[in-house]
Design a protein around this ligand. Structure first.
Ligand SMILES: O=C(O)CCC(=O)C(=O)O
Length: 595
């Protein structure tokens, strides 16, 4: 008689609270992605790198026959996606039916590769993962790292979803993977300490349950493998009730030798689901998962490299968090702070050059209007591009403006270090696909009227208390427009955005209610590329949404978008900060108290 193991771990109705924080945890997916190199995927549950899986995320989508055995040292999950889903496209809610997973699907293939090569991966859970025996929410933990695992076995199974045209029975193929705890890490952090604190154990785990068999990869205990008469493939006896062929291409897939399909209620064959002898972790995986401490000393004279923009791990409470303040790292949980040594960055020579022409037509054919102005005025080179119902002017810097921009750039940095100017990453409007707050990629501070697009009133200081650097930036923008366009524009709001290396501002348009028709920005520091494209409402076909125009913004340049039509038709993004640090001061007129 075969031993029976339930195919699903019992789900506790009320879970006990966590008695302490996990060694690695976070309150948003962004915090994990920015600070934990093993999981950088904002969507989906499988984080792949070079054809294998680095991180695997277990959430609320538990499937039939997923389990958490031996206190969680042995976890079965159904990696690889293709579950049914609901999403919105162009304002419509669409439904996607579940589909069969296939061995060549990217995630399935990568998971099989981990299994085949014995390459470890890291498991993470969130507070919706039903099989974890403790309540993460009791400590406001959204995601926690479960530790390093080896994939010890894999097989194909079935799951039932809503019937669809391609799957009228609702039955779809799923790849199952079993992930076993790597003993080199010591005992799992959630095993409770006993009263003496000498050993650790988990309430639902007893040693007698562990069957230690000396399998090595490939895990093929011959006594439970049988050959299918139809396809000649060998499949293991996974379930206690009966054997079935597990080749999804075979007509006998999921059919027992009696000719009947396997029943829905199945128990695992404990010879198949069993802890194997722990093998040492490969050398390259032996380092702890704890991220290295953040960079606190200038690298090549700057504290704004890509590494400096990443998140960090608080050694006191285990929280992983984003770097959300320019001048320091602060743990949002226990308020521990680390302050990098600051040095201001001069605008280096390389910052002013970028081997490309300043305004280039993009691949989208619709921005076909010729350049309407291309004049060398005393103010510098002025390039004007006519857009539907508006114009985009680039007032390029000259030697004198360069010096003025240098001073403002220096003042911005000094005021950001001494706290006169608070550069922060603010939460974006909620994104249903990402749990927890999602912070802007760049740091910003707003002066003058409230600008709702980023930070709202919390991010705004009135102009009479605005940092000197901001007042000077607005002055230079207004002066450059007067000189080059011979227009006198007044602005009552400036959004100052600071970008570390590789940071960016995503596609957007300045179409907030109450905004005047002219928006002008001064660039300082590293050059950047600003891409314009049509808004989706004006571009029904995907090919119309490619880049319409790219502008290269260099130190001291002022970009002016003139006419509400620019904002009505276009959206733009600013990215590629190659020389690790840039500040943009963008000025607008906003009707006071607009609602
Ligand atoms: O970094 C830049 O120059 C772009 C700024 C911008 O688009 C904005 O503030 O809305």
């Amino acid at each position: 008689m075969l031993d029976h193991l339930p195919t699903e771990s019992p789900i506790p109705l009320v879970k006990p609270p966590l008695t302490r924080f996990p060694p690695l945890w976070a309150q948003s997916r962004q915090e994990i992605c920015e600070s934990f190199e093993w999981f950088r995927s904002y969507q989906g549950g499988v984080y792949r790198n070079s054809g294998t899986v680095k991180g695997y995320f277990l959430s609320g989508f538990s499937a039939q026959r997923d389990c958490f055995e031996f206190g969680g040292k042995f976890i079965v999950s159904h990696g690889g996606g293709k579950a049914e889903s609901t999403y919105s496209h162009n304002g419509h809610t669409l439904h996607k039916s579940a589909d069969d997973q296939r061995a060549h699907d990217m995630s399935v293939r990568a998971l099989i590769e981990n299994y085949r090569t014995g390459q470890p991966l890291v498991l993470l859970i969130d507070d919706k993962y039903v099989h974890f025996p403790f309540d993460l929410g009791s400590r406001d933990v959204y995601m926690a790292v479960l530790g390093t695992r080896i994939s010890v076995t894999s097989w194909t199974s079935t799951a039932y979803s809503r019937p669809s045209k391609s799957h009228p029975s609702g039955k779809v193929v799923r790849y199952k993977f079993a992930f076993q705890w790597c003993e080199d890490q010591g005992q799992p952090w959630w095993f409770e300490e006993d009263s003496k604190g000498a050993s650790r154990r988990c309430p639902s785990y007893s040693n007698s349950q562990a069957r230690r068999v000396s399998w090595g990869l490939p895990l093929k205990p011959t006594n439970i493998y049988f050959q299918c008469f139809a396809c000649s493939d060998e499949s293991p006896r996974v379930y206690a009730q009966d054997w079935a062929c597990l080749n999804p291409m075979c007509p006998m897939f999921w059919v027992a030798p009696s000719g009947s399909p396997l029943p829905e209620q199945l128990n695992y064959n404990s010879e198949f689901i069993s802890l194997i002898d722990s093998r040492p972790l490969p050398r390259s995986f032996r380092d702890s998962l704890i991220p290295k401490p953040p960079v606190l000393a200038p690298q090549g004279g700057v504290t704004t490299t890509y590494a400096c923009s990443r998140g960090w791990h608080c050694q006191k409470c285990g929280r992983l968090s984003c770097r959300s303040a320019w001048e320091h790292y602060e743990c949002p949980n226990c308020k521990v702070r680390l302050t990098p040594r600051q040095e201001s960055t001069r605008c280096q020579r390389g910052y002013s050059t970028m081997e490309t022409s300043p305004m280039q037509r993009g691949t989208a054919g619709h921005l076909s209007c010729p350049t309407t102005g291309n004049s060398r005025s005393p103010a510098g080179l002025l390039l004007t591009h006519a857009a539907p119902r508006g114009k985009i002017h680039l007032i390029q810097s000259n030697a004198l403006v360069h010096i003025q921009a240098d001073r403002i750039f220096e003042a911005y940095q000094q005021q950001a270090f001494d706290g006169t100017l608070l550069f922060r990453r603010w939460p974006l409007r909620s994104n249903p696909k990402v749990r927890g707050p999602l912070l802007t990629n760049y740091f910003s501070q707003n002066s003058g009227e409230t600008y709702r697009y980023v930070g709202g009133a919390d991010n705004t200081v009135p102009f009479d208390r605005a940092p000197g650097a901001v007042v000077q930036a607005r002055g230079l923008i207004q002066k450059r427009i007067r000189e080059a366009l011979e227009e006198a524009y007044e602005f009552n709001e400036v959004l100052s955005a600071a970008y570390m290396q590789q940071q960016k501002m995503a596609f957007h348009s300045d179409s907030e209610k109450g905004l005047g028709p002219v928006v002008a920005g001064l660039s300082m520091g590293s050059p950047a590329l600003m891409h314009f494209r049509l808004l989706s409402k004006h571009a029904p076909r995907d090919e119309q949404r490619t880049t319409a125009m790219t502008v290269v913004l260099r130190h001291g340049d002022v970009l002016v978008m003139e006419g509400a039509g620019v904002q009505e038709f276009y959206e733009y993004t600013c990215f590629k900060i190659p020389y690790n640090f840039r500040i943009a001061a963008t000025a607008r007129w906003i009707t006071p108290d607009h609602s």
